[in-house]
Design a protein around this ligand. Structure first.
Ligand code: FAD
Ligand code: SF4
Length: 454
């Protein structure tokens, strides 16, 4: 659709003109907000990327590319995988999805409710989680397809007292063929991603504009009047009565700051470090990613074939089928920031200390499997759960709305999460976006004489 081609003026509902809402981003938070708001508002989703296309290259081709030695920098991945955005800091590689479905399209489908920190500040999302579990199928049925290596690892972790649990997964895993390419986009209709919510929003009448990168929210006299966005080479103003920012943990803080709204330097990313060993015919690359997990204090452990390290880390020199890895996903310190100019994210001494402890546990698992210490190697730290730069506190427990925002501007993504989770965040973000949408409807669709504000 061309810029400016979206409907202006609002749809007519009975005698009333429906107000316009702009939702920025179509990932976990954005697609949820679009689905919930459409019908109460006339919604247009502005999405920076394009239609999602799964990564096209076969594993054999990737292995040949790796052998050329030309894969020197992780950022080249986004040349052949346009829906992947990669940034780097001296400590780690940062990954997120760009395009319809946001980062949910490249997730492993793992589904865990993670709202302990929200509860601690007085936020009860029980009703929203109930809706989430009604709308998104969550299952561990994939367990019946696990191959030998995974089953043995699961036994070992149990023997070590690590309490392994099959990972709940979002989607219809009867369709899963264990191709091991969840983070490249599922071609088999097994894994759920937020495009399913976006589709519902569209069927209800929402419009979606792709290739439209929002730069800032335009604020006049304390009121958000619309957004300024780039669509291809053109810059355009999109007016709205309500603006919901869901451009993700990296995107939302940049838009806020470009709009003159400060954020907190509390960026977390949930760093992932994998350790691995050579194991003939481990065939982990042909297994569902993260089939089970072990919840530890400050991190989780899970079997994982780490493509980032496999492709770009020189220590990962064995064929994919003979590489067996364990992932550590750390709940990192909330210290870091992103702006239009720079990205700051390093591991603190405490993060490093916690990682060292986790590495020891990971090594114990691989040793018990039969690996020798000298054959265990580490991967590249990579991270893909950004958030935290406009965290909810007790003050916003009721309103989900920070004082520094105009009354008709809301955030509905991982930016609101107060502490790093060290765990899959999608379900929690969906629940947050549902609550934000309810509040927007309650506050902003009423007439001013009923307590509405626009
Ligand atoms: C490899 C990988 C695997 C993962 N696996 C899991 C998993 O199994 N389970 C889980 O729970 N979590 C997983 N995650 C994390 C999860 O996918 C993200 O935390 C979640 O999708 C974040 O939701 P969000 O709405 O905050 O942002 P996103 O889903 O990232 O959505 C942000 C959207 O905004 C768009 N956007 C950005 N900037 C702009 C702009 N300026 N203008 C317009 N649009 C913009 C983006 O294109 C994107 O569509 C994984 C992450 C990665 C990287
Ligand atoms: S392993 Fe299953 S869920 Fe993952 S991409 Fe393959 S078919 Fe889809």
């Amino acid at each position: 659709m061309l810029p400016g081609a979206f409907r202006l003026g609002g749809a007519q509902v009975g005698e009333f003109k429906m107000k316009h809402a702009i939702v920025i981003g179509s990932g976990a938070g954005g697609a949820t907000a679009a689905k919930e708001l459409q019908g109460k508002f006339d919604v247009i989703v502005l999405e920076a990327g394009n239609e999602f296309q799964p990564f096209p290259l076969k594993l054999a081709t990737i292995e040949r590319m790796k052998k050329t030695g030309l894969l020197l920098d992780e950022r080249v991945m986004s040349l052949s995988f346009r829906n992947l955005q990669i940034r780097k800091t001296p400590d780690m590689v940062l990954v997120n999805g760009i395009g319809l479905g946001g980062t949910t399209t490249i997730c492993t489908g793992s589904a865990v409710r993670m709202d302990k920190d929200l509860k601690a500040i007085g936020i009860n999302l029980d009703a929203e989680f109930e809706e989430v579990f009604r709308e998104i199928p969550v299952t561990t049925v994939h367990q019946k397809r696990w191959h030998k290596t995974t089953r043995r690892l699961f036994e070992i972790c149990g023997e070590l007292g690590l309490d392994p649990q099959p990972m709940p997964k979002m989607g219809n895993y009867e369709k899963c063929i264990s191709c091991g390419r969840c983070t490249y986009g599922c071609r088999h209709g097994a894994k759920w991603d937020s495009r399913q919510f976006l589709q519902i929003a569209r069927e209800r009448g929402a419009q979606v504009l792709t290739n439209c990168r929002v730069e800032r929210v335009v604020i006049e006299n304390g009121h958000a009047t619309g957004v300024e966005a780039r669509h291809g080479w053109t810059r355009q103003f999109y007016p709205a009565d309500l603006i919901v920012l869901a451009a993700g943990g990296f995107g939302t803080p940049v838009i806020l700051q470009n709009s003159g709204i400060p954020c907190e330097p509390r960026l977390f990313v949930d760093p992932v470090l994998c350790l691995a060993t050579k194991w003939e015919n481990a065939l982990q690359c042909k297994e569902i990613e993260m089939p089970f997990f072990m919840q530890r204090e400050h991190y989780i452990l899970s079997p994982y074939f780490d493509y980032v390290s496999f492709l770009f880390n020189k220590a990962w020199k064995y064929p994919a089928k003979d590489t067996l890895g364990i992932m550590i996903k750390l709940a990192d310190s909330t210290t870091g920031s992103i702006s239009k100019q720079e990205l700051r994210k390093t591991l603190t001494p405490l993060d490093r200390e916690r990682l060292s402890g986790a590495i020891e546990t990971g090594k114990e698992i691989l040793r018990r499997f039969g690996a020798k210490d000298r054959d265990i190697f580490l991967g590249t730290i990579n991270a893909g759960h950004p958030g935290g730069m406009l965290p909810l506190t007790e003050r916003e427990a009721e309103s989900f709305h920070h004082d520094r925002l105009p009354e008709n501007l809301y955030v509905a993504d991982a930016t609101l999460i107060p502490e790093s989770l060290g765990n899959p965040p999608i379900l929690t973000i969906v629940a947050i976006a549902k609550r934000v949408s309810k509040l927007c409807i309650e506050k902003l669709t009423k007439n001013p004489d009923q307590g509405g504000v626009v």
